[in-house]
Write a protein that binds this ligand. Structure first.
Ligand SMILES: [Fe+2]
Length: 592
């Protein structure tokens, strides 16, 4: 049985193919269209899924859309009418966009997939989120929490998953939203909403949460674990382009200028910013304020989430939690859930945001609607497109690129480790690209984690990434507990997907300074031999040479671009950056 799940028109558009209960292909549209966070109809991702399984549209048994467009349209109409006339522009824009395209998704699917209307099903937004985490988890019973900006009406939903069924037990509704609260501060701190949230998370360790009391003025916690927002500070419910209002600015001051560089005394001033300005210390002081705001919203977000999670534990009395929604990508919060709530284990699916809804929608139909047994666990995220050796060679030959082909894996890895030891920065592209926003060793940029200077070098070489942008350590799972405060690392799935921030052991902070955050934590990736043998072997060889089972890993892309997919994109990124070596499967390209 072939079920295609799709999500589009809101955040990340994506498609996922479930064949007899197993996810065989999944990808976000941005990897093909090269438009970051592409929300348009997921034509290219869908074609990739069909191509991978050698199927045609008419071979699909079902196509499932991840939400209910009419219910969502109803929410937009009702919420804008409540705030009319302030919301006139939102109302007008919604009418134009929704009536022109978004409402008629069924027709679009029929036209582009070529299947009949009765084979097209609709899930609901938070049910898709819930299904995307529970059915990918290894557990037959778990509590579930989905938290995001907003779906149709729900902004947070909890429930219980048991075997093939999911029961949703309660929800919070728009406009009271933890995801939107975080996004408001993302906008205040000068970043693009739906894109810059991880930058706020990266900035937070450079500040102290001095303004948490001010942030709490916007939020009222309820006894049942829910909360409400004081909407007199916000305008996202009636404005298409302003998230907060003058009252918010009276409390938090002037928003950060999006065009200004961000640096503080502790972040350092990277070489690529040019000469230090005359008012450097004044700018550091000003930026420190924004870092403190980032730390404050991060702390309040974590505390609200922990309150919700503890309440869910009281209500369900279960020991395992499956988390989903954009907020589940907040890996610092995930670390605190594990350390500070009674839940003993946590599962987060790598594409926890709206892209992941495509997988959830398809798996929900397979298990809950059609009643099929579960047989799948998402242990890795390598579900994207692969490129054959022949294609890579053809590309290199056609473009006259000088390369070396090393068929022997051990020799190839030794060459790469040698380069890492010389302080070189490597573009590493092998196998199928990753599902979700993180590079997990198939489309990664790698460097020696022992050199503190590597952070600045990598930032500079890969074109002016912000100095607070964190790098991740990829560590052999069996050795992770030596370096990181994480007991039984093999049990913690979020760490496989780089979705867990944990403290680095005091004694190891100086051993691996480059991927250790300023506050002594790291967003680690545990690497397993069975799910990525090539990457595992690379780290193992690095360990043999240095005694350190860790490499620095960051995503293979330039600032503002999606992570690379094809050999051509990998080469172009390598060429336009200061990377020293490019590995495309068995082919090595070096800059002379
Ligand atoms: Fe969502």
């Amino acid at each position: 049985m072939n079920i295609l799940g799709i999500s589009c028109f809101f955040h990340d558009a994506a498609a996922a193919l479930v064949q007899d209960g197993i996810v065989t292909a999944a990808a976000e549209e941005e990897r093909f269209s090269r438009i970051k966070h592409d929300t348009s109809f997921q034509m290219l991702a869908m074609e990739f899924c069909l191509r991978t399984a050698k199927l045609r549209g008419e071979d699909l048994d079902w196509v499932v859309f991840y939400e209910k467009p009419f219910v969502k349209f109803d929410r937009i109409l009702k919420s804008t009418l409540q705030t009319y006339p302030w919301s006139f522009r939102v109302f007008r824009e919604a009418m134009v966009k929704w009536l022109a395209e978004k409402l008629w998704i069924k027709g679009l699917i029929r036209k582009h997939v070529g299947i009949s209307a009765e084979k097209i099903l609709f899930s609901s937004h938070h049910l898709s989120h819930a299904a995307s985490t529970f059915y990918c988890s290894p557990w037959s019973e778990a509590a579930i929490l989905a938290v995001d900006g907003v779906g149709e009406w729900a902004t947070a939903t909890y429930g219980i998953g048991r075997d093939r069924d999911i029961e949703l037990l309660g929800e919070l509704r728009f406009p009271h939203s933890l995801g939107l609260l975080y996004s408001v501060f993302t906008a205040f701190l000068g970043f693009e909403v739906n894109e810059g949230e991880y930058k706020v998370m990266g900035m937070a360790p450079y500040g102290t949460p001095k303004y948490a009391d001010e942030v709490w003025k916007l939020v009222q916690l309820h006894d049942d674990g829910g909360f409400s927002l004081d909407m007199t500070y916000f305008s996202y419910h009636h404005s298409p382009d302003k998230a907060f209002n003058a009252k918010f600015e009276r409390l938090f001051g002037t928003p950060r200028n999006p065009k200004s560089h961000f640096f503080t005394e502790s972040s350092g001033y990277p070489a690529y910013f040019g000469d230090k300005p005359a008012n450097y210390h004044e700018l550091c002081r000003r930026n420190q304020y924004y870092a403190d705001i980032a730390a404050s919203i991060q702390l309040v977000t974590e505390d609200i989430l922990l309150t919700m999670v503890r309440a869910i534990h009281r209500k369900t009395d279960l020991r395992r939690l499956c988390l989903a929604g954009g907020v589940a990508l907040n890996s610092a919060a995930n670390g605190r859930i594990l350390r500070e709530t009674p839940f003993e284990e946590l599962y987060v699916q790598p594409a926890a945001g709206d892209g992941g809804g495509a997988i959830g929608a398809a798996l929900y139909v397979y298990h809950a609607v059609l009643g099929h047994q579960r047989k799948y666990v998402m242990k890795h995220a390598y579900l994207g497109e692969d490129h054959s050796e022949a294609d890579i060679k053809a590309f290199l030959d056609k473009n006259g690129v000088r390369y070396e082909c090393i068929e022997d894996d051990d020799r190839l890895i030794e060459r790469v480790v040698e380069a890492l030891l010389q302080g070189k920065v490597i573009g590493w592209s092998k196998g199928r690209f990753e599902w979700g926003p993180r590079a997990l060793g198939n489309r990664s940029i790698l460097a020696d984690p022992r050199r503190a200077s590597m952070k600045d070098i990598v930032n500079t070489k890969i074109k002016f990434r912000e100095p607070y942008r964190p790098f991740a350590p990829s560590v052999l799972v069996e050795r992770a507990a030596e370096y990181y405060e994480l007991k039984d690392p093999e049990h913690h799935y979020p760490a496989r997907f780089m979705l867990l921030v944990v403290p680095v052991k005091e004694s190891k902070r100086q051993v691996v300074p480059a991927p250790t955050h300023v506050d002594g934590t790291a967003r680690l990736q545990t690497v397993f031999r069975d799910t990525n043998p090539g990457y595992y072997r690379l780290i193992e060889t690095f360990d043999k040479a240095t005694g350190v089972p860790v490499v620095l890993n960051t995503s293979f892309n330039l600032k503002g671009e999606p992570i690379v997919n094809t050999p051509a994109e990998a080469f172009s990124t390598f060429y336009r950056s200061g990377m020293d070596m490019l590995v495309l499967d068995h082919f090595i390209v070096e800059k002379s």
